[in-house]
Design a protein around this ligand. Sequence first.
Ligand code: ADP
Ligand code: MG
Ligand code: ZN
Length: 603
Amino acid sequence: MNNKSKGIGGINLIACLLLLAAMYWFMGQTGGQKNDFSYYDFEAALKAGEVSEVVIEPNKVVPTGTLVIKLENEEAEKLYVSDVKEIEELLQSYKVDYELEDVPQESVFVTAILPTLLMIGAAFILFTMMGKQGGGMNAKAMNFGKSRAKMSTETDNKVTFENVAGLHEEKEDLEEIVDFLREPGKYTRVGARIPKGVLLEGPPGTGKTLLAKAVAGEAKVPFFSISGSDFVEMFVGVGASRVRDLFQEAKENAPCIIFIDEIDAVARRRGTGMGGGHDEREQTLNQLLVEMDGFGVNEGIIVMAATNRVDILDPAILRPGRFDRKVMVGRPDVKGRYEILQVHAKGKPLGDDVDLQQIAQTTAGFTGADLENLLNESAIYAAKEGRAYLKQEDIRHAFVKIGIGSEKKSRVISDKEKKITAYHEAGHAILFHVLPDVGPVYSVSIIPTGVGAAGYTMPLPEKDEMFNTKGKMLQDIVVSLGGRVAEEMIFDDITTGASQDIKQATAYAKAMVTKFGMSDQVGLINYDNDSDEVFVGRDFGKTSRGYGEQVATMIDMEVKRIIDECYAKAKSILKENEKILHSCAELLLEKEKIPREEFEALF
Ligand code: ADP
Ligand code: MG
Ligand code: ZN
């Protein structure tokens, strides 16, 4: 942005001043006193017996306060303290006279009414301004519709792929974009179509923003970044005009990258909002789509976007010619975590007892941001202790603090849980591999997903199928049960971790019986009463099943028979492959995530 908003008109100036004044009142009138009498001076004076009297003036915000310290032969000094109680104790221990004043009660006018009035005044002026915008006078000054994008140019964006630890596959995926931005000619010459949009998807804190910046840094092109929520303003039309403006600026600076962080704020599925949807957001999204369709394929603009909620995005945004490239940015595995720790340990002197490898092993489920936070907290702890380097002890402290503080976000996983998960996932994976109609396994992981699952086994469907066969459906059920079966085989106890699997297996078996006519007992009758399209009004009043007690019993028995048979099958296959079960689980415990080739090498 070429700083077009330099000229602040007189009226704006007044508005700004009023706002500042209001803020000052709100924040309390504490700051502003300038002196260089420090707490250490105070302590020294106490020790030397130079303090004759102290007046303690508590602030409204207890327990902070101000000390007025009368020193012998000198004028009084002021000192701002964070805990009045502590000071009292200190003074008592030195037997110094002190006087404690009451907590001040300010008039309601000063604390509440005055700032509110100031705010209203400022808001009023701003609105008047807006009214005049069309009239031309000072129209440029406010820049309401201007994009709020921050542009960083080649020189001030220093982030490169080197700053992004781990994420090797992701970086490889983005390498070609970097190459294109560096040398567009190379691609246009042979008529290659480079993706216009790249969507980075993954949980918060995994490095999506960092990765986007690094692409710009690697390619040495300008980087326009804006957050989805910046588009969504209270004035209808502002978002759309911001989008237009952003693309205009980008075109002037091509080749470049536009980065839209948290795109879900604008690109939510249209027309689903309660009470008629959100006009403003729809307009903004439409404008975004228009702009993305509008620029030529190889104009040198790449739009990158990040989200952690791909499921709520409007499908229109994922169409070819828009965000047609998706890069999944997952939580790091042990190796990735080790590399991230190394990056963030730079500039933090580590004591010789610090073992980053061991930290990496105990932080399953942590994202890059969590790890950065962990080291930062450790450094703060070390600083508090007055040490110039970090000890393993500091990291342990920080670990406890972070692990407990954000329990939901990155739960610290015990070794036992990890082991159970490893066997559970290995159970699924082996069945996927052995059974002919399902699989193959694309990757197996015991990195917690953050949405409640302790791990996952991802199959890679080899062909698109029009319909399921009975055999395949049965095998799917066998695979679903494999996790639980493996747990049972290895541990005396079973866990609640398989509830989702059991639910899925049951749903499959039930559909086979009531919907697909795959049970000879029940026959070719559809007893499935969850109609595909659910009408709230219609479904409410409906209580009857539409069939009798006898049929219900028969369905239940058939479902149970299918599940039991599949369970037995899962058990026998895993028994046959028990050795592999062990070796797979061990490999998972070591690496946390194993790709297809390494998994298949076990057989
Ligand atoms: P996201 O955009 O996915 O929410 P960010 O890119 O904002 O996450 O990451 C937040 C911070 O976490 C980064 O500034 C960086 O310090 C740290 N971080 C995350 N992932 C990595 C990584 N792979 N390598 C190094 N640092 C990382
Ligand atoms: Mg981000
Ligand atoms: Zn499972």
